[in-house]
Design a protein around this ligand. Structure first.
Ligand code: SAM
Length: 215
């Protein structure tokens, strides 16, 4: 489904910096060779992620849900000197495709791909992060917040994608499917948590940006 009216999306894309060539190729490759290409962030959201990263200049980014690696490469664009991205993907069949694009990028040495279930992999990560980007299984967003909170630096950000879920979050509660309920619960969880300050940006399928303002 289209998230914006087609002409508005075209206008926004027109006046947004173009995709870097490797990302353009990855976008096309994913659409031709991988199931569910709609999961890829794409041009406009990719440039939003890149710009957020350039504004924050993170030392450490944790991404939950790599898919073909598009958004990980966007986060890598704004890393500080010596910065790193950890990205977690459940589907081991994607590993060679993801790694091939990472290896061709300028960020090859800065991105670590972890293959496994994020619910397990996160427990083994010992870093503190400036940004956690959630973009995997929606039912686990509330669990990811619990698991990641202490791993986010004070002043750091927890950014969740797809929080509008094509508008389904506005349905009556009894009509929501489990993913929608989890996304609604996640939005409430963030709102209730006095340690976070948040803004929901209706960009593409919705980005909920939460800043950790106390430990
Ligand atoms: C929406 S896609 C990610 C898109 C990617 N961030 C991008 O913008 O290019 C979600 C990905 O999360 C992965 N995933 C789902 N459940 C997961 C889990 N429990 N642990 C790790 N990855 C998971 C899926 O296999 C899928 O590739």
């Amino acid at each position: 489904m289209d998230f914006l009216p087609e002409d508005i999306e075209a206008y926004a894309n027109r006046f947004t910096a173009p995709e870097p060539p490797l990302l353009h190729e990855l976008n096309r490759f994913t659409h031709t060779n991988v199931l569910q290409p709609r999961m890829l962030a794409g041009h406009l959201q990719g440039r939003v992620i890149s710009m957020l990263s350039k504004m924050i200049k993170p030392d450490r980014v944790l991404e939950i849900g790599t898919y073909t690696g598009y958004s990980a490469l966007c986060w890598a664009e704004g890393l500080s000197d010596g910065g790193r991205v950890d990205t977690i993907e459940l589907d081991d069949e994607l590993e060679p495709k993801i790694q091939a694009f990472f290896d061709r990028s300028a960020f090859k040495e800065m991105i670590t791909l972890h293959i496994g279930n994020a619910m397990d992999v996160i427990d083994g990560l010992t870093e503190s992060y400036d940004i956690v980007f959630m973009d995997a299984d929606k039912v686990n967003y509330p669990n990811y917040l619990e698991k990641c909170f202490d791993k986010v630096k004070l002043g750091g950000y927890i950014i969740a994608d797809n929080v509008l879920w094509s508008g389904k979050v506005t349905l009556p509660h009894e009509e929501m499917d489990p993913d929608t309920k989890a996304l609604y619960a996640y939005a409430e969880q963030v709102q209730r948590d006095g340690r976070l300050e948040q803004v929901l940006l209706p960009v593409r399928d919705g980005l909920l940006i939460a800043k950790k303002i106390s430990a």
